[in-house]
Write a protein of this length. Structure first.
Length: 200
């Protein structure tokens, strides 16, 4: 591939308007275009579209996973946490599950009752604290989750492996920077239209 071919932006053949700056922000109210060339704008649009495609793929995978396991999103997160605990030798207590999933103690109890009735987990006494319980995932559930959902999720690593170390550093920095930029921390949700500080 020639240097000129490498310089061409990866523009999607049919870019949804939601990912196009020209369509979603035609007057540059939100994003300042100063110093950006046409190629820059095409690449930005293509990158935002690629992020959208990733979000769509993740939602589709999550939905398929929930349907296959016949579980809710919180249930799946709990099973993932239990698998991680088992793999690392950590004891999964109800309080640890509550903290990991950021749900209340009452919600955790209902969650565990639901998973136990479905045959996905079992409760046992804590080995050093007889007043506490430890939650284990049933081997059949673990095997099903690892063989299907886990295997598909792990395919993300294939894309990462295809990058060079320098490229990984760039992607890591980009994702961390974007996460910081879109953080809800400090957002004034009460601000009225027209009170913004201008384009970014």
């Amino acid at each position: 591939m020639s240097h000129q071919e490498q310089e061409q932006p990866a523009e999607p053949p049919s870019l949804p308007a939601v990912y196009s700056l020209a369509a979603s922000d035609p007057e540059a109210v939100l994003v300042d275009r100063t110093g950006l060339s046409e190629r820059d704008l095409l690449q930005i649009d293509a990158l935002m579209a690629a992020l959208g495609q990733l979000r769509t793929a993740e939602k589709e995978l999550a939905g398929a996973s929930l349907r296959y396991m016949d579980l809710g999103e919180t249930d799946m997160r709990a099973l993932h946490f239990l698998i991680a605990c088992e793999s690392t030798g950590a004891l999964a207590t109800p309080s640890a599950i509550s903290q990991a999933l950021e749900i209340s103690t009452a919600s955790t109890t209902k969650l565990l009752d639901r998973l136990e009735r479905a045959g996905h987990i079992r409760r046992r006494r804590h080995p050093s604290d007889r007043r506490a319980l430890v939650i284990d995932i049933e081997p059949v559930t673990r095997e099903a989750a690892m063989r299907t959902v886990g295997a598909q999720q792990a395919r993300r690593v294939l894309a990462v492996r295809r990058l060079s170390p320098a490229q990984r550093d760039v992607v890591i920095g980009f994702l961390q920077d974007m996460a910081a930029e879109i953080s809800v921390a400090g957002v004034d949700w009460a601000a009225q239209p027209g009170e913004s500080d201008g384009p970014i």
